[in-house]
Design a binder for this molecule. Sequence first.
Ligand code: HEC
Length: 159
Amino acid sequence: MLKNVLLGLIVIIVLIQFIPVDRSNPTVTQDVVAPEPVKQVLKNSCYDCHSNETVWPWYSYIAPVSWLVTNDVEEARAHINFSQWDSYNAKKQARIIEEILEEVDIGEMPLPIYLLLHPGAKPQEEDILVLTQWYFSTDAGPDEHAEGEEHEQERTEDN
Ligand code: HEC
């Protein structure tokens, strides 16, 4: 009985390896426009999911893990793709730069499970500093927002 169950499992595991999995790296239309140190941080910590330059690890070739990995990459690219920077307008780019800092600051990104397997991808203090400087040096910085509605409102409330 147990032998049959095990045999059945092995057959299933072998069979699911034949289900096609999309591990493609589409064309890079425009790499993220950022200072070199910023690119380095993003490349080291984010590109495996948020770019079209994914380095597919060995476990991405073995079902069912491959399904999880490809699903994460697909979702990540749909949110932010550093290889299709030209697909975002200036406002969206600024929003992304802000989100990057937020997510990294609170340790939500890179995904913790990814860091287990890629400990070297964990952003260090100096990496976060680089991202912070980027945020303040671009349209994403708080100066630009000062002209936004929220601040208008604050000002009127102050009066
Ligand atoms: C292992 C894959 C993986 C890595 C590596 C990774 N991400 Fe993500 N990221 C995802 C996935 C999947 C989503 C979409 C689902 C979610 O929000 O959890 C996402 C979503 C995001 C979002 C949008 C969050 C939201 O709630 O809208 C931001 C911002 C982000 N990632 C930034 C980064 C940054 C910055 C890095 C590198 C420091 C990074 N990610 C590394 C997989 C990854």
